[in-house]
Design a binder for this molecule. Structure first.
Ligand SMILES: [Zn+2]
Length: 358
């Protein structure tokens, strides 16, 4: 090696170390990890998750207040006490800089850029302060929830962020309604704050999770099991190379075949990787009738699917974070709430705060 190239290699190494130190400092000084009393259940939600204003939410083909509706169903069903819900903090700019370059965050100051990422063209016409307040603030709250979920999962065995799961966003690029890379952020915080070094992402949203795949393309600490429909967005062939375990389910796949493939996949995953944390991206756009996912999974199939993943983690004693991700039909909220109730009835999660009754 010539002197010139060895000094440039040394400079690169120094820059990498500097970037790592900066990242570590940001994570260590973040307020997103806060202590949650045992009287609360590790189910994370804030009313500010829901995006609804001026009727613009109706322009995107989905239910943008599904997060609140999930919680309302759980409360009305008597499965969850309102006061037991954990409300997260909003991710700040410094928190987001852990994975997002400043240039990317600055690009969100353009309403046009945000409108393209969230796929709602009229957002381009709004003043950016409104976009920040009505669209980006809800997303940043959900990001805060995904990050906090890992801490709670480590303490309690499981945590559900009723939002999050923005798996199309990588550090430097948003898309497909995903503005911030909450999964990558959640995992980087867990590396540093929870001293975890092996994470398994189980991504069962109908779409390929190209965001986290790009972010962890060269990181052997993260094992990715992605079960997705290859016939729909995002067609990210480069990111597909970074999936450790790829399970493709073509348009029209029905419940039985889907669940059999999941059983086989979990069996393999459990043999080849021994995680300290599971991040479960539980999109419900696999539901029969979903115009985007194009699969034919029944509501009961979703319940069985979630139960299988929770059992997988429980049998191995691995903390599990669940994110609700995609799936915005009017029926999705009810299906998700029913599945959470089933997890509770099967003893896979405990929805009663330690103070006693709901
Ligand atoms: Zn999806």
């Amino acid at each position: 090696m010539s002197t010139a190239s060895s000094s440039s290699a040394a400079a690169t190494a120094a820059t990498t170390t500097e970037a790592e130190t900066l990242r570590r400092n940001r994570i260590m000084s973040s307020k997103l990890y806060f202590d949650v009393p045992l009287s609360k259940v590790p189910l994370i939600y804030s009313p500010s998750y829901d995006i609804a204003f001026l009727g613009i939410e109706k322009l995107h083909p989905f239910d943008s207040s599904k997060w609140g509706r999930i919680c309302r169903f759980l409360i009305v069903d008597g499965a969850l006490g309102k006061s037991h819900i954990v409300e997260p903090l909003e991710a700040t700019k410094d928190d987001l800089l852990v994975v997002h370059p400043e240039t990317y965050l600055n690009s969100l100051k353009s309403s046009l850029t945000v409108s393209i990422i969230v796929e709602v063209p009229p957002v381009a016409l709004l003043p950016n302060c409104l976009v920040q307040q009505k669209v980006l603030h809800p997303f940043r709250k959900q990001v805060g929830g995904s990050i906090l979920a890992a801490k709670l999962a480590k303490e309690r065995g499981w945590a559900i962020n009723v939002g999050g799961g923005f798996h199309h966003c990588s550090g430097d690029k948003g898309g497909g309604f995903c503005v911030y890379a909450d999964i990558s952020l959640c995992i980087h915080y867990a590396f540093i704050r929870l001293n975890i070094s092996r994470v398994m992402i189980i991504d069962l949203d109908a779409h390929q999770g190209n965001g986290h795949e790009k972010d962890f393309s060269n990181d052997s600490r993260v094992y990715i099991l992605d079960m997705y429909n290859p016939d729909i967005y995002p067609f990210d062939y480069e990111a597909r190379r970074y999936i450790n375990q790829k399970v493709e389910v073509v348009s029209g796949t029905a419940t039985n075949e889907y669940l059999t493939k999941l059983d086989e996949a979990l069996k393999v995953a459990g043999h080849v990787f021994d995680p300290e944390l599971v991040v479960y991206n539980a999109g419900t756009d696999v539901l029969d009738g979903d115009p985007l996912g194009r699969l034919k999974i029944s509501p009961d199939g979703i319940t069985s699917r979630d139960e299988k993943v929770f059992r997988f983690a429980r049998e191995r004693n691995i903390p599990l974070v669940m994110l609700t991700s995609g799936g915005y039909m009017k029926s999705s909220a009810r299906v998700i709430a029913d599945s959470i109730v089933n997890l509770s009835q099967k003893g896979l999660i405990d929805m009663v705060g330690s103070s006693g009754k709901n």
